[in-house]
Design a protein around this ligand. Structure first.
Ligand code: ADP
Ligand code: MG
Length: 273
C-alpha cells in the first residue's frame, strides 16, 4: 500500500539519541505458555528510540501475545521487558526482583500507547472526550489542557472537524485515527499497534497507514504488527518475522522482505503478498 505521506512536525520530539541510551523497548528471553502450550519460546528484541519495528508472521505465531507482554497486559512466565531501561512490572531490590504494586504498573503502562485492531473507543463519549479522557483520569493534565491537547492531536490525524461527533458516526478509518490520537494523548514513549488496519474496509486502510507513517517520520517509536507488507517496506527500520513463538529472522526490510534467508519466511511472504 503506498499511502500518501503527511509530514507533520513531532508534537513530542525525542531527545537526541546518544549511543549509551537504552533501548526504547527491550525484550529479553520472553517465554509464555497457555495451558502447557508454549506461545512465546524465547524472544529477544530491542527497539531503539525513534525506530519503527514491524512484526509480521502467521496467525497464531504469538504476535499479539508479544505486544501484550510489552504492555504488561500479559505476564511472562520467564524473561523480562524494559522500557527506556526501566524494568516492567518489577524492581531490583537487594539483588532480587520484586513485583511492583498495581498502581506503579499502571503508571508504567501509561507510558506505552496501545492501538488495537478493534479501536475500542468509548461509545458514550464524544471524539474529543475519547482523546482527552485518559490524561485527565491519570492526573497527567487538567481538563482544559487535556481538551486543548486533544484538539491538537485530532487535527494532526485529520479529524479536527469531528471533535463533537460520537464514534458510531465515524467510519472505521476515522475511529482508528481517533484511537491513535487517544494513544498519543498519554504522551507515551512508544506506541504499539496490533493489526491496526485489519478490521477496516480496504479503501480505509490507506488513511490509517498514512497517520502511522507520519508518526514514524516525526520520530515516534513504534512497534507495528501488520500484514501490510508494502507499509513495512516503506516505513520499518526493522522487520521481525515471528513464527511459532520464535523470531525466525529480523533485519532491515530490504533484507527480510526482499532477500529472506529462511524458507519459512519465504513461504509466509509468498502467502501474504
Ligand atoms: P497472533 O497474534 O500471532 O495471531 P496470538 O499471540 O494471539 O497470535 O496467539 C498465539 C497462540 O496463543 C494462539 O495459538 C492462541 O490461540 C493462543 N492464545 C493467545 N491468547 C490466549 C489466551 N488468553 N488463552 C489461551 N490461549 C491463548
Ligand atoms: Mg494477533
Amino acid at each position: 500500500t503506498s499511502a500518501p505521506l503527511r509530514t507533520t512536525p513531532a508534537v513530542f520530539p525525542l531527545p537526541t539519541l546518544a549511543a549509551e541510551h537504552p533501548a526504547a523497548v527491550e525484550v529479553v528471553g520472553a517465554h509464555k505458555s497457555y495451558a502447557g502450550r508454549e506461545v512465546l519460546r524465547g524472544i529477544d528484541l530491542a527497539v531503539r528510540p525513534g525506530e519503527v519495528t514491524v512484526v509480521i508472521g502467521p496467525s497464531g505465531s504469538g504476535k499479539s501475545t508479544l505486544l501484550r507482554a510489552v504492555n504488561h497486559l500479559e505476564k511472562l512466565d520467564r524473561g523480562h521487558v524494559s522500557i527506556n531501561g526501566e524494568l516492567l512490572g518489577v524492581r531490583r531490590h537487594r539483588g532480587r526482583l520484586k513485583e511492583l504494586p498495581e498502581r506503579e504498573i499502571l503508571a508504567q503502562r501509561r507510558r506505552i500507547g496501545f492501538v488495537f485492531q478493534g479501536f475500542n473507543l468509548f461509545p458514550h463519549l464524544s471524539v474529543l472526550d475519547n482523546v482527552a479522557a485518559a490524561p485527565v483520569a491519570s492526573g497527567q493534565l487538567g481538563r482544559p489542557a487535556a481538551r486543548e491537547l486533544a484538539r491538537e492531536l485530532l487535527d494532526r490525524v485529520g479529524l479536527g472537524d469531528k471533535v463533537d461527533a460520537y464514534p458510531r458516526q465515524l467510519s472505521g478509518g476515522q475511529q482508528q485515527r481517533v484511537a491513535i490520537a487517544r494513544a498519543l494523548a498519554q504522551q507515551p514513549g512508544v506506541i504499539l499497534f496490533d493489526e491496526p488496519t485489519s478490521a477496516l474496509d480496504p479503501e480505509l486502510v490507506g488513511e490509517v497507514l498514512a497517520v502511522i507513517q507520519a508518526l514514524a517520520t516525526g520520530g515516534t517509536t513504534l512497534v507495528v504488527v501488520t500484514h501490510e507488507i508494502g507499509f513495512a517496506r516503506e516505513v520499518a527500520d526493522t522487520v521481525v518475522f515471528l513464527d511459532d513463538g520464535r523470531i525466525v529472522e529480523q533485519g532491515p526490510p530490504a533484507q527480510v522482505l526482499d532477500r529472506p534467508q529462511h524458507q519459512r519466511t519465504r513461504d509466509f511472504l509468498r502467502a501474504v503478498l
